[in-house]
Write a protein that binds this ligand. Structure first.
Ligand SMILES: CC(=O)SCCNC(=O)CCNC(=O)[C@H](O)C(C)(C)COP(=O)(O)OP(=O)(O)OC[C@H]1O[C@@H](n2cnc3c(N)ncnc32)[C@H](O)[C@@H]1OP(=O)(O)O
Ligand SMILES: O=C([O-])CC(=O)C(=O)O
Length: 375
């Protein structure tokens, strides 16, 4: 039998989804039908999170209730803090956040039977609590690396302003909050990417949402996926300035290195989110008066497009944007987690609502059948 093997499931459609539509032909991305650029220009991340879970944007009353709920769950649980404090400072922040989510799951007393693991309403409650708690986990992980104490959440601030306040211990400026909020909206959802698919595979066995998110974090960590935003900053640090970009690229390509922040499995003519995130980066460059960052960005992009005709993905503008905001490079992918937890958990609920165990076939190419001596 000749099997039709699609390495990496490239081009394979495995299920329906109503959460988002990635359309490479029109270079567009819709969340529940809305273009992501319109959402980024007109909505807060809280509204977008609500949209991803509920399928509709909230009314004023629904948004107020949702914000109250989110603000009520912002505090870092002392047991989670103790678990983080038990980890060495050498642990990668992705591993710290993955461990913290696992601890939150183990502390959830509503996970009593395999029925409660998969209850749709409980799964939504757990998802909203994770969404509310992740900023405290990520912010504290950053502060620990700088030998700084935990900053308590501020109930009078929106999601992004509070996140930045908990991280840096001071009131963030509006231009920074806006750019951060845009990055959260753009990172929130992207159909069947590797981490979301990992979450759906785990959910398909009727496991719980925490297990799915822990698995998704593991998939996001790799540099071919979310880890690329961290890797982009390493590239920027290595290249140094716009003058060196062309030569650096020629050497890197001659060494057969992948250039992080470029290319995409689905988009072959540019990532629909890049123009919006690049505009956010430009506001930060102007705010911090760091034009050399944009010069390097443009020089490396032009060289890559001229040499390989491969365009940037969302991680390319996000990496330098998070750097300018003041985050350590190893914190960039944990920021992606804080955003993508919305998309992951929307998919977890969609998978549960119409489940089929995900179990593909493989074509065996090992040794022919053989036997132990005497058998
Ligand atoms: C938010 C996100 O997760 S977006 C993705 C973030 N990941 C990155 O930025 C990592 C860098 N990019 C890549 O490795 C790839 O473009 C991927 C993994 C994202 C997509 O890859 P695929 O669809 O599997 O394409 P594949 O890796 O087969 O690339 C096709 C060709 O383009 C080349 N190519 C693709 N991306 C790059 C890149 N960033 N640098 C150098 N060459 C590249 C490949 O080497 C390959 O060339 P070949 O045919 O001569 O062997
Ligand atoms: O869709 C993908 O394969 C990767 C990606 O851009 C994302 O997850 O945001």
């Amino acid at each position: 039998m000749t099997e039709d093997i699609r390495k990496g499931l490239a081009g394979v459609v495995v299920d329906h989804t109503a959460v988002s539509k990635v359309n490479p032909e029109t270079n567009s991305l819709l969340y529940r039908g809305y273009p992501v650029q319109e959402l980024a220009a007109n909505c807060t991340f809280e509204e977008v999170a609500y949209l991803l879970w509920h399928g509709e944007l909230p009314t004023d009353a629904e948004l107020a209730a949702f914000e109250t709920l989110e603000r009520a769950h912002r505090r870092l649980d002392p047991t989670v803090k103790d678990a983080i404090d038990a980890l060495p400072l050498s642990a990668h922040p992705m591993d710290v956040v993955r461990t913290a989510v696992s601890v939150i799951g183990a502390l959830d007393e509503s996970l009593t039977t395999d029925r409660t693991w998969i209850d749709l309403d409980l799964t939504l409650e757990r998802s909203i609590r994770l969404f509310a708690q992740l900023p405290a986990i990520v912010a504290y992980t950053q502060r620990r690396l700088r030998d700084e104490r935990l900053v308590e959440p501020r109930d009078d601030l929106g999601y992004s302003a509070n996140f930045l306040h908990m991280t840096f211990g001071e009131m963030p400026e509006k231009v920074v909050v806006d750019a951060f909020d845009v990055s959260m909206i753009l990172y929130a959802e992207h159909s069947f990417n590797a981490s979301t698919f990992a979450a759906r595979v785990i959910t398909s066995t009727l496991s719980d949402v925490y297990s799915a998110v822990v698995g998704a974090i593991g998939a996001l960590k790799g540099p071919l996926h979310g880890g690329a935003n961290e890797a982009v900053q390493h590239t920027f640090d290595e290249v140094g300035s716009a003058d060196g970009a062309r030569e650096w690229l020629a050497t890197a390509l001659a060494e057969k290195r992948k250039i992080m922040g470029f290319g995409h499995r689905v988009y072959k003519n540019g990532d629909s989110r890049v123009p919006t995130m690049k505009a956010a980066l430009e506001t930060l460059v102007a705010h911090y008066d760091r034009p050399e960052v944009l010069d390097l960005y443009d020089a490396l992009e032009s060289a890559m497009v001229e040499t390989k005709n491969i365009k940037p993905n969302l991680d390319y503008p996000s990496g330098p944007a998070y750097n300018l905001m003041g985050f350590d490079t190893t914190m960039f992918t944990p920021l992606f987690i804080a955003s993508r937890v919305t998309g992951w958990t929307a998919h977890v609920r969609e998978q549960l609502a119409s489940n089929a165990l995900i179990r593909p076939l493989s074509a065996y190419n090992g040794p022919d059948e053989r036997h132990l001596p005497g058998s």
